[in-house]
Structure formats: structure tokens, C-alpha cells
Write a protein that binds this ligand. Structure first.
Ligand SMILES: Cc1cc2nc3c(=O)[nH]c(=O)nc-3n(C[C@H](O)[C@H](O)[C@H](O)COP(=O)(O)OP(=O)(O)OC[C@H]3O[C@@H](n4cnc5c(N)ncnc54)[C@H](O)[C@@H]3O)c2cc1C
Ligand code: SF4
Length: 492
């Protein structure tokens, strides 16, 4: 029990930083969350933390953020110290403070029979304050090692790896195929979920620390991987897992069927005032989003902002229950139904619909409807669909624009086809316990290593890879280990 605020959770109800009114936010591309927060209220939220002997919240956070410590510091108005604790485990707390699904919160002890501490809101408040106060500044290394590392890909994994390696004294160059740095934080996640100035600010920090950035370089195509291996002492591949999963159904080659990522990136580019080839707009159209996940939700929210006539998001799976079932106890992530921020803004959700065909009813070559079956699934104990019973085979859903958001098949390995890099059956880059690939001195991190995941995992992967690379180059590493891999074997 916390010494400083033993009964905070009895005095203060949970109060997270709110989202803006859906009716207002749908009319713009500003972030969906409230822009400001009150220091006093956040301090009270920090005081709700019981500082449990075993902080299960930290186990829920993939990078092991030292949550009880910064909760306590915030409750005592020690914001600078809280920021230092936060940065000890997380290079970019605003990336997570704004976008993380917060697996720490259902793992909080209070969540057992009460509302959890508003951990994500406190994290965001600490880092917001850090930027506002000018506390976040470049931290260049005191000494250089003379070793050079190339990081390929500039998403959260690549940026975290680059910052850690540079702070260990290595000379780091980040290579990125896009025209902007940031990976999915820049091109993928909608502007209204994560404003892009937040990435630019970190790129500026890294540049001032000494990290070099080269955009419009696609390694394996415009720059051979072997050149990097020859010119650098180590290479870190943080290329993401953006290979989209397709729907090979009758009618797939019709017009009006677009991968979610193509659609979302075009909107990011439009918001940035950049050139777009073949623009896609949902304005006045019946939109069907295939896929019940978060990428699908971002498509729903984007389509509404573009002025869609109707948006239906289809999930093949059965709707999750409203409460945890007995096989899914605390502190596990609750497998329950949650209405997404996108559905709060409008649209319809359909579950247990198996899409079977794209239909062109007027013969103009463009899709007009999606043919689907209403089904009932039997699942195995691992949650895999094994058997389906068709309840209605004749469903037709109007669709002038279909957005395919049914997941990803692993890393985009086309450019590395003849490189000797081995891949796993899941399409990720094969690595050993040191995060090294089948090519000596070449490492992999982030979604490229673990498959499409979430931002906090990518940051953790980048930090772990940096520690492994530092150990490979120097024989040992003083870079911090993450909770997941406390002691990755070093140069063995
Ligand atoms: C639409 C969408 C919304 C999401 N929303 C959230 C969210 O709200 N919260 C959350 O936690 N997670 C979210 N995620 C997941 C999260 O964005 C990813 O897990 C995370 O960005 C992975 O980071 P990464 O650095 O491994 O890869 P990425 O962010 O994918 O970055 C990989 C980078 O490598 C570059 N690259 C690839 N190949 C090459 C090459 N050959 N040469 C040079 N560069 C190359 C790419 O251009 C890209 O910039 C979302 C994902 C998507 C698709
Ligand atoms: S990074 Fe995510 S899981 Fe970790 S403390 Fe922050 S919100 Fe929680």
C-alpha cells in the first residue's frame, strides 16, 4: 500500500483524459482526444495507485514501464522526475500515451473489482508537460565508439533502436523508403489519432543527438543490403510487417476495392498537403470495411470524415461477450466487446458475416455490393474457427467502396528475395535469441520480427535490438534490458 496516498483510490474515482464529442470531432482531422488536462486532476489520478507489492500493471506493459513510481511522483507534483522515470523505459512516451491500447490498465490491481488507475492518461500528461516545459532536449553521447550502424525502417522500432544505439556512442544512419520518417506513426495511423508534428519533433531530437536520416531509399531495391553490410558494422532491419492479407474472392479485380493501408496513407498524404496518385474518397459512397480490427476502425473513422453516405464494418468473427468469461481471468487482457472510437462516431458493425463475393450489379466494372453469408462458428480451444454453419447465404450489402482491412501477412520481403535472409512461416524475419537474422551482423526488430503488433511492442523491440547490437559490437552492453528479455545473450 502506498505510504504517500494510502487511500487515494477510496477518495478519487477514475477520471481518464476524455475524448472529444463524437459529433464535433467527426467534422475535422484534429486529434480525437481532449487537447488539455488539469494538473490537479491528474495528480489525484496518480494518488489512486496503491503501489502494490507486485505491480501487475508493469507486467501488463510490454516495455515494463515503472508505472507505480511515476504515479506516485505525479501525485506529489514531481513532474520532471516522473518524466525521467518514464524515459528510462520508453523513448517516445507520447507515441504510447496517445495510441496505446493500454494493456497495463486491465492488469492494474484495482481493475480486479474497481476501475483501474488511468495509467495511459498519466503517461500522456507527463510527456505533454515535458514538451510544454522544454524538458525534452537532445541527449548526445559523451563519447563515440567509432562503430557504424545502419537502421532500415523508421517506425517506432527503428527510431527507438536508433536513439538507443546513438546514445551508446555508435554512429547511426536510418534508411527509409518513404519520403517521411515515422513508419506507421506517419503513414498509416490517421492524423486524428496521432498528430504528425509529434513524430517530427522526435526526429529533430534524434537529428540533434547525431542520428542521420536518409529518406526515399528502399533497401534491397535502390540500395543493396550488401552495400550496408559492407559500409556499416551492423544493420538493424525494422521494416515493419505491412504485407496486406488479400481476399481472393470472385470479383476481386473490380474497381472500388482498395487495401486499407493504401486508403489510409493517401489520406495522411492529403492532410500533409502532399501529392497523391489515384486519390480515393468515400464522399457520398456506400462503404464496406472488411475486417473488425483496429485498422478497419481507422478506415471507418476516415470514411466518415470524408463524408461517406453509409459505412458498414464487417467482422467474420462472432461478437465478443460484454464481460470476461471464466477462462479469461484478471490480469489477462479481457477478451470482451468494446465499441471503438470510430463506431462511437457512427456506422454499423456486423459480426459473423463471411464475405463470399464482390458484385457488379450494373456491369460497369466497379463493385456495387458485397455478397455475404450469415454464419455461426465453432471455435477450437485456441480461438481458431473450425466449423461454420450457414444461417443465411443470400445477403447483399450495398458497397461502392470496399476497404480490405483483414490483417497482414508479415514483412515486405520482396526487395530481399535473394539476400539469404530466412523468414518464418508467419512471414516475419527469422531471428535467434540475440535478434540476429540468418545473415551475420544483420538484426531484425519490431513488427518485422514479431508480426503486426502495437506501438509499445515495437519500441520495446527497438530497445532490445539496440542492446543486442551494442553487445555484438562491444562484447557487452550497458543499455537497459527490457522486462521481456531481461538479459538477451550478447556477443556469444
Ligand atoms: C492503420 C493502423 C493503425 C494502427 N493503430 C495503432 C494504434 O492505435 N496503437 C498501436 O499501439 N498500434 C497501432 N498500430 C500498429 C503499429 O502502428 C505498429 O505495430 C508499429 O508501427 C510497428 O512499428 P515498426 O517500427 O516495427 O514498423 P512500421 O511502423 O511498419 O515501420 C516500418 C518502416 O520500414 C520502412 N521500410 C519497409 N521496407 C523498407 C525497405 N526495404 N527499405 C527502407 N525502408 C523500408 C517502411 O516504409 C516503414 O516506414 C496500427 C497499425 C496500422 C496498420
Ligand atoms: S506504454 Fe501502454 S501498456 Fe505501457 S504503461 Fe503506457 S499505456 Fe500502459
Amino acid at each position: 500500500m502506498s505510504e504517500n496516498h494510502p487511500d487515494g483510490f477510496l477518495k478519487h474515482p477514475r477520471e481518464a483524459i476524455a475524448y472529444r464529442d463524437p459529433a464535433a470531432r467527426i467534422g475535422d482531422y484534429k486529434e480525437v482526444y481532449q487537447e488539455t488536462w488539469e494538473e490537479k486532476r491528474l495528480a489525484a489520478q496518480g494518488a489512486r495507485c496503491m503501489d502494490c507489492g507486485v505491480p501487475t500493471c508493469m507486467g501488463g506493459c510490454p516495455i515494463g514501464n515503472i508505472i507505480p513510481e511515476w504515479n506516485d511522483l505525479v501525485s506529489r507534483n514531481q513532474w520532471l522526475e516522473a518524466l525521467e522515470r518514464l524515459h528510462a523505459t520508453n523513448n517516445f512516451p507520447e507515441f504510447t500515451g496517445y495510441t496505446c491500447p493500454a494493456p497495463c490498465e486491465p492488469a492494474c490491481t484495482l481493475a480486479y473489482n474497481d476501475s483501474p488507475v488511468a495509467i495511459k492518461s498519466i503517461e500522456r500528461a507527463i510527456v505533454d508537460r515535458g514538451w510544454d516545459e522544454g524538458w525534452i532536449v537532445p541527449e548526445p553521447p559523451a563519447r563515440r565508439t567509432g562503430r557504424k550502424v545502419a537502421v532500415v525502417g523508421s517506425g517506432p522500432a527503428g527510431l527507438a533502436a536508433a536513439q538507443q544505439l546513438n546514445r551508446a556512442g555508435h554512429e547511426v544512419t536510418v534508411f527509409e523508403r518513404d519520403d517521411e520518417i515515422g513508419g506507421l506513426m506517419t503513414y498509416g495511423i490517421p492524423d486524428f489519432k496521432f498528430a504528425k508534428f509529434r513524430v517530427a519533433r522526435r526526429v529533430d531530437q534524434l537529428s540533434r543527438e547525431g542520428v542521420a536520416f536518409r529518406t526515399n531509399v528502399e533497401v534491397g531495391r535502390t540500395m543493396p543490403l550488401q552495400t550496408l553490410r559492407d559500409e556499416f558494422d551492423a544493420v538493424c532491419l525494422a521494416i515493419g510487417a505491412q504485407q496486406p492479407r488479400d481476399v481472393p474472392m470472385p470479383g476481386r479485380d473490380m474497381g472500388g476495392i482498395v487495401f486499407a493501408m493504401d486508403y489510409l496513407v493517401k489520406e495522411n498524404r492529403r492532410q500533409a498537403g502532399k501529392e497523391i496518385s489515384d486519390p480515393v474518397s468515400a464522399k457520398g459512397r456506400n462503404v464496406v470495411v472488411l475486417g473488425g480490427g483496429d485498422t478497419g476502425a481507422d478506415c471507418v473513422a476516415t470514411a466518415h470524415r470524408q463524408g461517406a453516405k453509409q459505412v458498414v464494418q464487417i467482422s467474420i468473427n462472432t461478437k465478443a461477450p460484454p464481460e470476461r468469461n471464466s477462462g479469461n481471468p484478471w490480469p489477462e487482457w479481457p477478451l470482451i466487446y468494446r465499441k471503438t472510437y470510430a463506431q462511437e462516431e457512427g456506422g454499423e458493425e456486423e459480426f459473423s458475416l463471411d464475405t463470399v463475393a464482390f458484385l457488379d450489379t450494373d456491369g460497369d466494372g466497379d463493385v456495387n455490393a458485397v455478397g455475404a453469408e450469415r454464419v455461426e462458428w465453432t471455435y477450437d480451444r485456441n480461438g481458431r474457427r473450425v466449423e461454420k454453419k450457414v444461417l443465411d447465404a443470400e445477403l447483399k450489402i450495398p458497397a461502392d467502396l470496399v476497404l480490405v482491412a483483414i490483417g497482414f501477412r508479415g514483412a515486405q520481403m520482396g526487395p530481399f528475395a535473394n539476400s539469404g535472409l530466412e523468414v518464418t512461416p508467419r512471414g516475419t524475419i527469422k531471428t535467434d535469441a540475440r535478434m540476429m537474422t540468418s545473415l551475420p551482423g544483420v538484426f531484425a526488430a519490431g513488427d518485422a520480427n514479431m508480426g503486426q503488433s502495437i506501438v509499445v511492442w515495437a519500441i520495446g523491440e527497438g530497445r532490445d535490438a539496440a542492446r543486442c547490437i551494442d553487445g555484438y559490437l562491444m562484447g557487452a552492453s550497458k543499455l537497459p534490458a527490457s522486462l521481456r528479455t531481461p538479459n538477451p545473450p550478447l556477443n556469444v
